[in-house]
Design a protein around this ligand. Structure first.
Ligand SMILES: Nc1ncnc2c1ncn2[C@@H]1O[C@H](COP(=O)(O)OP(=O)(O)OP(=O)(O)O)[C@@H](O)[C@H]1O
Length: 325
């Protein structure tokens, strides 16, 4: 869907922001670009929608060279979400979101209807928020408006630059979850820039780790990245606690459960679902202060087994085996 080949950017003052970058993003995939400050993440993103022109290489979207597209046309097919949402301060939220449909020649009533739909989609009740002004919203709510506006033209591609950067950590996680849920239905092709490795491994189908000087150090699934960092730079960047992070991206597996034989269901704490991560499983054991947690296929059903810390260990090891060198 998006293909960067040999892409480089050297700014006029000689700063090499990105060098020889090859990166492909499949249709419907969410890719996170992560790395320390100044490593060329935003520059890369802005080259995709031609806010910045590359010095070398080619960028294709759906097989079409973006440098040959009219930039205005190009950007219609690409939603762009930035940290400073860039809402018009003197216009109501509704009007802010309506801007894009109006731009496409929709009538006012249709544009308004579409704006309300989009507000609903991002969890802002139009009956409460349509008439408010940007300063009357929280940072998280403003961010949602930014996402709604970026989705207004129903673009197949979304570029997001630190979209959840301006909010506190709790709201941040909530926005991440909301966006992931939305993305499950929308299936956009998304490139998301973040400096936060936790955000990258939570959100990304694949994660591109950039090193200073715009070098792509590793491009892999979150699990691979955490289990097998490509070099010392990536290992350092994902941190010495990467084993803990792996818990969050490793699903529990039926084969690592132990049978219920001899376990009294009444002795178990709150059950977890078969679709839980190992992190959720361990969290449940710690919360309920039990040495095991009961697992159910769905909340109404009976137990399929119990997971113990030993099972967690087995599951982690098995996930490593899935990702050989
Ligand atoms: N217009 C410009 N002229 C010269 N150098 C620039 C320009 N814009 C960015 N740079 C430099 O290019 C490098 C990459 O910048 P970029 O904004 O892409 O990094 P980033 O990884 O997104 O950083 P951050 O996480 O801090 O936003 C930096 O060294 C930056 O100082």
């Amino acid at each position: 869907m998006i293909r960067l080949a040999g892409v480089g950017k050297t700014y006029a003052d000689g700063t090499v922001a990105v060098q020889e970058l090859d990166l492909d993003v499949a249709k419907g995939e969410l890719v996170c670009l992560v790395g320390p400050s100044g490593c060329g993440k935003s520059t890369t993103l802005k080259m995709i929608n031609r806010l910045i022109e590359p010095t070398t290489g080619t960028i294709e979207i759906d097989g079409r060279d973006v440098t040959r597209e009219d930039p205005v046309e190009l950007r219609r097919g690409i939603g762009y979400v930035i940290q400073q949402v860039g809402l018009f301060p003197h216009q109501k939220i509704e009007t802010n979101v309506m801007t894009v449909p109006l731009l496409y020649g929709e009538s006012k009533p249709t544009a308004r209807e579409r704006a309300h739909e989009l507000m609903d989609l991002v969890g802002l009740d139009p009956s409460t928020y349509a008439g408010r002004y940007p300063h009357q919203l929280s940072g998280g709510q403003r961010q949602r408006v930014g996402v709604a506006r970026a989705l207004a033209a129903n673009p197949p591609v979304l570029l997001m630059d630190e979209p959840f950067g301006a909010v506190d950590p709790v709201v941040r996680v909530r926005l991440q979850d909301e966006f992931l849920r939305l993305q499950r239905d929308l299936g956009k092709t998304v490139v998301l820039v973040t400096h936060d490795i936790d955000e990258a491994v939570r959100m990304g189908d694949r994660v591109a780790v950039f090193a200073t000087g715009g070098r792509l150090a590793q491009y892999a699934t979150p699990m691979e990245l955490l289990a097998r960092p490509a070099d010392a730079f990536v290992a350092d960047f994902v941190g010495s606690t990467r084993g803990l992070r792996r818990l969050a991206v490793t699903p529990l597996r039926r084969e690592h459960l132990e049978p219920m034989d001899g376990v009294n269901a009444g002795d178990l704490g709150t059950a977890i679902g078969l679709d839980s991560s190992l992190e959720e499983a361990l969290a449940a054991m710690l919360r309920d202060d039990r040495p095991m947690v009961g697992v159910k296929a769905d909340s109404g059903a009976g137990f399929v087994g119990v997971l113990t810390p030993n099972g967690v260990h087995q599951a982690l090891r098995a996930s490593l085996a899935d990702h050989p060198h």
